[in-house]
Design a binder for this molecule. Structure first.
Ligand code: SAM
Length: 165
């Protein structure tokens, strides 16, 4: 006849204690999380700022190397599609008067005064709505701490010249 064997209760208690002891030994303390201060990427220092005179001389030299990129070139020739587009963007008056496409730029000294009035800092973005060949924006990048300048322009040929510069 089957006789139920009794396991002495102190063995049971010992087994449980042993189980927890073993379990306890396996528990390793989590390695201390190393929080290394992630190096915040610092922007490259901007090269020395120029005076408006030096910047202008530099930009004039630059544009002299790009064919048909001067203010005079732009004044005498605007592709007819662009001419219509620019004039139409000025509404009925623009179409009727047909002169919104005529190109011009503020004198560099005037631009300098405008930029000084703006007082742009290194975290500012300068926008030029109707940026033409981008002279204003480039002068701004060379003479102010601003690191970014964005131009909006309808005339693709002027944008193309600005990109080359
Ligand atoms: C005075 S010129 C640009 C001079 C430029 N801001 C600078 O100082 O060097 C004006 C420019 O605005 C552009 N323009 C005129 N109407 C526009 C419009 N509705 N949207 C975008 N550009 C426009 C013309 O094509 C032209 O190139």
């Amino acid at each position: 006849m089957y006789k139920k064997q009794r396991i002495p209760s102190f063995f049971m208690i010992g087994a449980v204690v042993l189980f927890f002891t073993v379990l306890g030994c396996n528990v390793k303390t989590a390695p201390e999380a190393k929080v290394e201060a992630a190096a915040t990427p610092q922007p490259e220092p901007k090269p020395g700022l120029m005076s408006w005179r030096v910047a202008t001389a530099y930009l004039e030299d630059l544009f002299a190397q790009i064919p048909n990129s001067s203010i005079d070139d732009f004044r005498k020739d605007t592709p007819s599609g662009e001419r219509k587009l620019i004039n139409a963007s000025h509404g009925e008056t623009g179409v009727r008067e047909d002169n919104a496409h005529v190109y011009g730029e503020p004198a560099p000294l005037t631009t300098d005064l405008m930029l000084k009035g703006l007082g742009a800092g290194e975290n500012d973005v300068i926008y030029d709505l109707g940026c033409g060949r981008g002279f204003f924006l480039m002068q701004a990048l060379m003479t102010t701490p601003a690191r970014k300048a964005v131009g909006i322009e309808l005339s693709a040929s002027r944008v193309n010249v600005g990109k080359q510069a």
